[in-house]
Design a protein around this ligand. Structure first.
Ligand SMILES: Nc1ncnc2c1ncn2[C@@H]1O[C@H](COP(=O)(O)OP(=O)(O)OP(=O)(O)O)[C@@H](O)[C@H]1O
Ligand SMILES: [Mg+2]
Length: 438
């Protein structure tokens, strides 16, 4: 044993030994245990970079399994160098699986290069060819979630992914972004829908919009859908909601975007319970990486709770005094009760309306002590046409002035721009995960 190996008594190593003991030996086939242990995996995106054709085959078999039927899996060859090149251009998915047949030092160097272009929140599984406890410890230190030894069996890969995403002690998969207007009719739902659509496309990641404006919500209209069932069914019996029912109640609008639509029927009453709302959103976030809450302009126990519980909040205001006052009250409350969270984002909408006296962005910033994230001009033609067609602004006209602004809002809320700028800072996966939680 080497000197280093003599110091192997810490917790990581105990875990490492257990892990290595459970790693199947060469020519691996799935053990009975992994058949039982692999559970259905949420709607995450997974990108795999293999070196060996046999690994690619095993991954392909796993990708076609029923347990991964909701995930988006893409398999590439070229191992870590191909991944590094790929992520210099593209955002990283929820999970990257990298095969690396090199020895310890090269493997760690390749992973460090990958960490430079890895966005916060992305998990990494490494498939290696070296069965070594010290390497395993180094990988854990770098925030790698799992180390598997090649050759891998499809069920063992599935089990590892399942453990990562179905562990009740782990953070839920989904990030929740709440959108609310400082007054009614200010364009909060429009911004929520456009930003959500852009995000799901740009990140190729699944996103669900939950329309909590049960009586008057426009999510169905905006995406040109007329669903029969939706969020009201989930809220009326939240204890029944699981991944199967969720699947039935969601309406798919594009490859990555689904809506949890509002019933918009006035003969029903919608006195929502705080606990029911929380349970429903929790089930969604356990299954989907991004959840956008389209909140109505209401102040009730449940809307307040959802706002306070969200990972990010976007407040939309038009530039008048009532909006300024209401935005200030909401921001003050959020600042007061969420001391460890990012500040809410403020979007000024429908600015530069002809002849209307307006409060400027600068005045908003001074009064609220917060930077305005974006300003969207009043553009009746583009927005009117998009809502009449049931289209998003970028779909209708990518050259519209609002299109890049909406993209900016989406990326900032999802922390994507900041992380891109930090790519050169050579943070490990672990630091980035910490950064995300901060
Ligand atoms: N920048 C803009 N210029 C012109 N029209 C806009 C702009 N932004 C939104 N609109 C339009 O304003 C209307 C109201 O928008 P939306 O329904 O998104 O507001 P809201 O804040 O969600 O309202 P509610 O209080 O009913 O939830 C829509 O018809 C939308 O197309
Ligand atoms: Mg709305």
């Amino acid at each position: 044993m080497s000197n280093e190996a003599e110091h192997l008594h810490d917790e990581d190593l105990a875990q490492a030994s257990r892990q290595l003991a459970t790693i199947p030996a060469a020519g691996a086939h799935a053990s009975e245990g992994s058949v039982e242990r692999a559970r259905p995996i949420p709607r995450i995106s997974i990108q795999v970079f293999c070196e060996m054709p046999t690994t690619a085959e095993a991954v392909q078999v796993a990708a076609e399994d029923r347990r991964l039927s909701k995930t988006h899996v893409s398999v590439h060859m070229g191992g870590a160098p191909a991944a590094v090149a790929h992520y210099q251009e593209s955002p990283t998915p929820n999970l990257i699986v990298i095969e690396c047949s090199a020895g310890r030092d090269q493997l760690l160097a390749e992973l460090d290069a990958l960490a430079d272009s890895c966005d916060a929140g992305t998990k990494v599984i490494v498939i290696g060819h070296v069965n070594e406890v010290i390497l395993y410890r180094e990988l854990l230190k770098r925030g790698v979630s799992e180390y598997l030894i090649a050759p891998i069996a499809p069920l063992d890969l599935m089990e590892s992914i399942s453990n990562l995403y179905n562990d009740p002690a782990a953070d839920p998969v989904g990030n929740v972004y709440a959108f609310i207007g400082a007054k009614g009719g200010v364009g909060s739902s429009t911004i929520c829908h456009n930003a959500s659509w852009i995000l799901s496309e740009a990140l190729s990641s699944d996103l669900v919009i939950a329309d909590l404006d049960l009586a008057f919500g426009t999510t169905g209209l905006d995406f040109n859908q007329d669903p029969v069932q939706g969020i009201a069914e989930a809220l009326s019996s939240p204890e029944r909601l699981d991944e199967v029912l969720l699947d039935r109640l969601l309406t798919k609008c594009s490859e990555h975007l689904s809506i949890f639509a509002a019933p918009v029927l006035l003969e029903r009453d919608y006195d929502l319970q705080v606990d029911a709302c929380e349970t429903v959103i929790d089930v969604v976030r356990q299954n989907v990486p991004y959840v956008a809450l389209d909140l109505p302009h209401l102040w009730t126990a449940w809307s307040k709770r959802l706002l306070l519980q969200a990972d990010e909040v976007v407040i939309t205001a038009v530039p008048d005094l009532a909006n300024l006052r209401n935005a200030k009250n909401i921001i003050d409350l959020l600042k007061q009760s969420r001391k460890n969270d990012r500040l809410p984002h403020l979007v000024l909408n429908m600015t530069k309306m002809p002849k209307r006296p307006e409060i400027t962005a600068k005045d908003f910033e001074q009064a609220l002590d917060i930077k305005v994230l974006a300003e969207i001009e009043f553009d009746a033609e583009t927005f009117g046409q998009a809502s009449n067609n049931g289209q998003m602004i970028e779909e209708l006209n990518p050259k519209a002035k609002a299109a890049p602004i909406l993209r900016d809002i989406a990326m900032t809320v999802a922390h994507r721009q900041e992380v891109r700028a930090e790519k050169k800072s050579a943070l490990g996966f672990l630091e980035k995960l910490k950064l995300k939680r901060a």
